[in-house]
Design a protein around this ligand. Structure first.
Ligand SMILES: [Mg+2]
Length: 309
């Protein structure tokens, strides 16, 4: 479905902001609680929790994260799932979200309804409450930015820091080809896996893969270390080569470091008991910067997606 229309009667402009907000609340249905705990006031009130609070924000931008080929309900779900993947990467549980929309008045109403209904279905599935939002007008543009709150369900929150020389590197699932396969909007955020991994003391650092392993690896690798990857161990999606696995991006899998003292077989069998249907691969290890073997994969060739370049 195309996002914009030339007919005013089919567009957001036929409603105006106040009526549009009423419709948005209807489309969101049970995913959007009443004020004061949801939409309808200047702020939503949320209870204080004694757990660590997590917060993240990610947008979907027309022409960048989706186009007219992708059904609007998938775009709505993708907006939430990109953020869920970030909460998963810290081992957390999502709670509530707010959405800032920027749109052209000639945005098609039917498109927007399907977008919100897709978002609401996804929010119900993952028990996220949509508690507020804002709408701004723009010319020839559509983007939606979602801020997601979550809570840490373990005492320890896993971050990108904490990996050391000697640790093993693991990824969940398979990598590459996300754009062509539709994985970039069909993926299932690894919330269960992330929450379980955060409870395993041998897991020392974790992040989700959004820009491509080649780039994202650098965020989890300490300054004095290098990631030495085993090409043959990379879990490639069908039709993908090593370059695709490293640089396509939008894999939304988890990358994490496991203490070098942990035996691979032991960790793998624990994993398989929990997640028998999710592939887990040990893709390499962290070595000291001057100890990299010539035969290991040279990551400098594979940058992944670098924003603003
Ligand atoms: Mg992330």
């Amino acid at each position: 479905m195309s996002l914009f229309t030339r007919k005013r009667s089919e567009s957001v402009a036929s409603l105006g902001e106040t009526a549009l907000i009423t419709d948005i609340r209807r489309w969101l249905g049970s995913a959007a609680p009443e004020s004061p705990h949801g939409m309808g006031d200047d702020c939503a009130q949320l209870p204080i929790s004694f757990e660590q609070q997590l917060i993240t924000v990610d947008p979907v931008v027309y022409g960048r994260h989706f186009d007219d080929e992708i059904a609007p309900r998938h775009v709505g779900a993708k907006l939430l799932k990109r953020n869920l993947s970030d909460i998963a990467a810290m081992g957390g549980q999502p709670t509530a979200a707010v959405i800032a929309l920027t749109l052209d008045p000639l945005t098609k109403l039917a498109w927007l309804e399907a977008f919100y209904r897709g978002l609401a279905a996804c929010a119900r599935k993952y028990q996220v409450k949509i508690v507020g939002g804002d709408i701004a007008q723009a010319h020839n543009h559509f983007s939606a930015s979602l801020t997601l709150l979550g809570r840490a369900i373990t005492k320890r929150v896993l971050t990108r820091q904490g990996a050391r020389i000697g640790d093993s590197l693991y990824v969940t699932g398979r990598l590459g080809g996300s754009l062509n396969s539709g994985h970039h909007y069909r993926f299932k955020p690894r919330l269960d896996e992330g929450a379980w991994l955060a409870q395993q003391h041998e897991v020392l650092a974790m992040m989700d893969l959004s820009d491509g392993l080649g780039k994202d690896l650098r965020s989890i690798t300490p300054d004095d270390a290098r990631a030495q990857l085993d090409q043959n161990a990379l879990p490639l999606n069908k039709g993908c080569d090593v370059r695709a696995a490293l640089s396509d991006g939008e894999d939304y899998e988890l990358l994490f470091a496991v203490s070098g003292r942990t035996k691979h077989e032991t960790f793998l069998s624990k994993w398989r008991q929990q997640f028998p249907r999710v592939t887990l691969s040990r893709i390499g290890e962290l070595v000291s910067a001057h100890e990299v073997k010539d035969s290991s994969l040279n990551l400098e060739c594979y940058f992944g997606y670098e924003h603003l370049r």
